[in-house]
Every structure is written in C-alpha cells, then in structure tokens.
Design a protein around this ligand. Structure first.
Ligand SMILES: [Zn+2]
Length: 385
C-alpha cells in the first residue's frame, strides 16, 4: 500500500516538473518570436523591406500563428505597389505543408489579387477561376474575373461569366446592363473588321437583353448614317427618347447625316426630333448652326424658344445672327463664337467625377459603364443676368 502511495507521489512530482519545463520552453520561444517579430516590424517601418521580409518569412516556419500577420503584410505590400514582395509572401505561405484549407483559399485569393494588380492577368485568372467554384469566394472572384476579361477585351468570356452569375447585380452594376455593354464591345470589334452585318446582329442582342441601354442605339445610329438614313433616324429617335443629352453628344454625327444625304425630308425629320427633345440644358452650337441653315440662314426662332433660358444659347444666337448680316464681321465676335464652339463640351463620370474630352462608354477610373454625362460651358461658367 505504501509502495503504491510512493509511486503516485513520484508520478505527481514528475508531472509537475515536466509541465513547468514545457511552460518555460514555450515562454522562451514566444519571447524569441516576439523579439524577432518586433525587429521585423522595425525594419518595415524603416522601409528596409528586404530585411523585414526575411525575418517574417523565417517566422512563418517558427509559428503558424503568424500566418494571419503575413496575409496582412502581403496585403500592405500589394497596396504599396510592391507586387513582387506580396506575391513572394503569399507563394511562401502556400508552400507550407498541411496548410488549413480555409487559410489556403484565403491565401490563393490574395495571390490572385497580387497577380491582378501586377497586370499578370493570365496567372490571376487561373487562380480566381478555380477559386470562384468555392461558394464563399464566388462573388469576389467573379468581380475580379470580369475586370480581367474587360481589361484584356475577352468579351466572350465576360458574357459567359456574367450570364452564369445568379444575381441581379455585380460591382453595383446590373447584370443585364453589363451583358449589353459586352455585346456592344463585340459589335465594335466586328465594325473595325468591316463585318457590319455581324455588328448589327450583336447590337440587336444588346437591345434584347437591356432595351434601356443607350449604347446599342447610338452605335446603330452611327452605323446607318451612310447606308440607311431611315434606320439611322429611327435609332436616333429611340436614343433621345431614353436620354435627350445625346442631341448634344451626337451633334456632329447628326449634322453628318444631313450633309451626306442633302435631302429635305431627312432634314425635316432631324429638325422635328431636335425641336421635340431640345431644352435649355440641351443647347449645342452645332445643332444651332444646323437649325440656322435649314431656317434659310436666319435665327431659328422655334429652336431658340425651346432653349431660351440657356444664357449661352442667347449669346450664341446674337453673335451668329450679327455675323450673317454683317459682311465686315467683327473679329471679336468671331473669336467668341470659336471660343464657345471649341470649349463647349467635356464629359464627367457621374459615378466618380473623372473628366474626359471625348465621349466614352466605360470610365477608365471607376470602370462603370455609360456614366459620362455632358458638361457644357453653361454648366461650368455661371453668368449673372
Ligand atoms: Zn468613373
């Protein structure tokens, strides 16, 4: 009985001894880890990235609890534009044996974003395409994949992916809106290759999927200016019904339609559309000139009545009428007319404010579609009556 008691005491003491030793060892290891970790942070703060990276990479092998830190560190490098370092950190993590599946997916996602930011779209696509099959990454990977297809102009893949998304929106953009834009991009490529019938077929698909998109109507209008003026006018009408600012955006093309055909009926139909859809914020110097000319080279009263609240329209009308009546035109008047004409129009993205000189369909700054609105001289310059 006493022997058993002594054995139990010995086992108990042995247990206490081993537990204390293990604790001391762990504590020592943590101290080493902490010291190294702070040394690494110090290097990072002093912009000695290579030394910081070396320490953090070594630490990964020491303690798996630093994985989250490294994921964050990789993200910091990516945001700083140091993509090679971000890629190195994430690839290093992935090379660890027995990596937890959740951490592995998260690291793959980060690596996909690194490749995307570095412009290595094929590598990024490969990773994100496989990862999007995982429910938790489906939406975020699809967003990046769509951007990759847009940037690499792979419109077929963009259409295929968008059609498979089981949501109404992605990147805050309507799915049907996006598919319609991708069809328009395809049509634009057919147009460049002079395959006009294919372009028209694809534009009809764009309208079928989203009949409130301005772009297919605008493209069909331009495509038909030369060969089919009736269809051009029909598409122009559909377009300005959706958005009358296209009277200003497409002023040059509208004049082109008239100039090419020199046909009174066509001019009458164009002028009817202009009168129906013009308003004070839809004044355009080119449209004014067109209306002036078809009005027998006189001030176009009916048009002016529609836009009379626009101060620039009145200035333009006065100077223009004076110019046509007076053969010894004042140079100052001509200069003002040229100045207004040349500086009349720029475009601003309604989503992010990015400004461009010529109208485009996708904002290069925020990647949204159909967000550029005319910003006319009347919007930019305030004149007190
Ligand atoms: Zn924008």
């Amino acid at each position: 009985m006493i022997e058993i008691f002594i054995i139990l005491i010995v086992i108990f003491l042995l247990f206490i001894f081993l537990t204390t030793r293990k604790y001391q060892k762990e504590s020592l290891s943590n101290n080493v880890y902490s010291a190294e970790y702070y040394r690494g942070l110090n290097y990072l703060l002093n912009d000695e990235n290579d030394k910081a990276l070396k320490i953090f990479t070594d630490l990964i092998d020491v303690d798996s609890s630093t994985i989250e830190t490294h994921l964050a560190l990789g993200g910091v490098y990516r945001r700083r534009g140091e993509f090679d370092k971000a890629i190195l950190i994430h690839q290093n993590l992935l090379s660890r044996p027995k990596l937890d599946r959740g951490i592995k997916n998260q690291t793959l996602y980060e690596l996909g974003k690194d490749f995307f930011s570095a412009g290595l779209y094929d590598k990024s696509e490969k990773i994100l395409y496989n990862l999007q099959k995982n429910k938790s990454y489906e939406e975020s990977c699809s967003e990046y994949l769509l951007l990759i297809y847009e940037l690499s102009k792979d419109w077929d893949s963009a259409i295929k992916l968008t059609k498979n998304i089981n949501k109404d929106q992605i990147r805050n953009l309507s799915i049907n809106d996006l598919i319609s834009q991708y069809y328009c991009e395809k049509a634009s490529e057919y147009q460049k290759d002079n395959q006009l019938n294919k372009a028209i077929t694809v534009l009809r698909k764009a309208i079928n999927i989203n009949d409130s998109s301005r772009r297919p109507y605008s493209m069909l209008f331009k495509l038909n200016i030369q060969s089919n003026p009736s269809s051009a006018i029909e598409n122009l009408l559909n377009l300005v019904r959706l958005d009358s600012s296209f009277l200003v955006i497409l002023a040059n093309e509208i004049i082109e339609l008239s100039t090419i055909h020199q046909d009174k009926d066509i001019d009458k139909r164009i002028s009817d559309i202009i009168l129906e859809f013009s308003s004070e914020d839809r004044f355009s110097p080119q449209i004014y000139e067109f209306m002036f000319n078809i009005n027998g080279y006189c001030s176009p009263d009916e048009y002016i009545n529609r836009i009379r609240k626009n101060v620039f329209a009145n200035i333009f009308d006065n100077l223009y009428s004076e110019k046509s009546m007076n053969s010894n035109e004042s140079k100052t008047n001509l200069d003002i007319l040229t100045l207004i004409g040349e500086n009349f129009l720029t475009y601003n993205c309604s989503n992010c404010g990015h400004s461009v000189r010529n109208h485009i369909w996708q904002c290069p700054s925020c990647n949204h579609w159909e967000t550029f609105k005319p910003n006319t001289i009347s919007d930019r310059v305030a004149i007190n009556d």
